[in-house]
Write a protein that binds this ligand. Structure first.
Ligand code: PSU
Ligand code: MN
Length: 307
């Protein structure tokens, strides 16, 4: 067996050597989730927010046959400008490496890479889930099964209402994934603080979330945790306002026969256009909020391990 082809940015290598808390960040949100140049600005602001909150950011992507754990400035810029990066989930990771292609990692692939690099916590915007109409299309994101098998805590603002949220929660429950709402009882719905559905579990402090992850490992249970962190009040788009926009985007996707990996990027860019950029502002605010919580959790895990 050979070792995984990982390469670390100088900042992440140093943090690893010093045993400092590290937060993984995905790159599909950069290449397929937001338009240029807001994608680059957001990626840089999220990294800065992680640093300000006492941890080191590790944005993860595939380039030149290597998994990059932490991107240097020029690499981040190049990635934000490319429009032909592969969207790399669990199924694509090895092929992308073998081709030497540029790949942006989804939640699933970022979890795999973070775990290989010894990183326990990962911040993103929203996770993939069970798509509406999955009973016909079978479109269920690999993110859900990754949460069931890879021991990384993922901080997200819940899942977008472009998905079937009740089915998404059911699949997570079936696979034994703890879904923990932070500081409230309801499962958040990305742009809105509440989905109207109760979250299965709740935590009110980063310390509690860190202890739960460590306890899970001590029980020998595989898999991670989904931490559902509601968007800050002032950035929220009310459910009444966003739901009709989502319905319109979904109808267009169906009419145009958009399928498989193209579904999520198509819906995100249509919702961006239909809200005249407001969805993107909210998206940026919630990712920053998730970066802060993830840094706090990573700090607590590091402190607990030191004893
Ligand atoms: N949901 C969002 N924003 C995103 C994604 C999902 O609200 O950027 C991206 C993430 O990288 C996620 C991926 O892991 O899409 C899920 O894609 P799929 O549904 O094809 O598995
Ligand atoms: Mn899918």
């Amino acid at each position: 067996m050979t070792t995984a082809p990982l390469t670390y940015s100088a900042e992440v290598a140093e943090a690893k050597a010093a045993g400092r808390p590290i937060v993984a960040l995905e790159s599909t949100i950069i290449t397929h989730g937001m338009p240029y140049p807001q994608n680059l600005e957001t990626a840089q602001r999220v990294e800065a927010e992680v640093r300000k909150s006492g941890a080191v950011p590790a944005t993860i992507a595939v380039m030149g046959g290597l998994i990059h754990i932490g991107l240097e400035q020029d690499a981040l810029e190049r990635l934000a400008r490319t429009n032909d990066a592969m969207k790399v989930s669990r199924a694509d990771l090895a092929v992308c490496l073998a081709k030497g292609a540029s790949g942006a990692t989804t939640v699933a692939a970022t979890m795999i890479c973070a775990h290989l690099a010894g990183i326990d916590v990962f911040a993103t915007g929203g996770i993939g889930g069970v798509h509406r109409g999955a009973e016909e299309s079978f479109d269920i994101s690999a993110d859900l099964l990754e949460l069931a098998q890879t021991p990384v805590s993922v901080v997200a603002a819940g899942a977008k209402a472009i998905l079937d949220l009740p089915k998404t929660l059911e699949v997570l429950e079936t696979h034994g994934v703890p879904v923990i709402a932070f500081g409230q009882d309801d499962f958040p719905a990305f742009w809105s603080r509440s989905s109207g559905l109760p979250a299965p579990l709740r935590a009110d402090t980063a310390g509690e979330i860190a202890q739960a992850q460590l306890a899970r490992a001590s029980l020998g249970l595989p898999g991670g945790q989904l931490i559902a962190n509601p968007i800050p009040d002032e950035a929220e788009i009310a459910r009444d306002e966003i739901v009709p926009v989502i319905e319109a985007a979904l109808a267009e996707a169906e009419a145009q026969g958009i399928a498989a990996k193209a579904v999520t990027p198509f819906l995100l860019s249509r919702i961006f256009e239909l809200t005249e950029g407001r969805s993107l502002e909210a998206n940026i605010a919630l990712v920053l909020n998730n970066a802060r919580l993830a840094a706090a959790i990573a700090g607590e895990i590091t402190a607990a391990r030191r004893g």
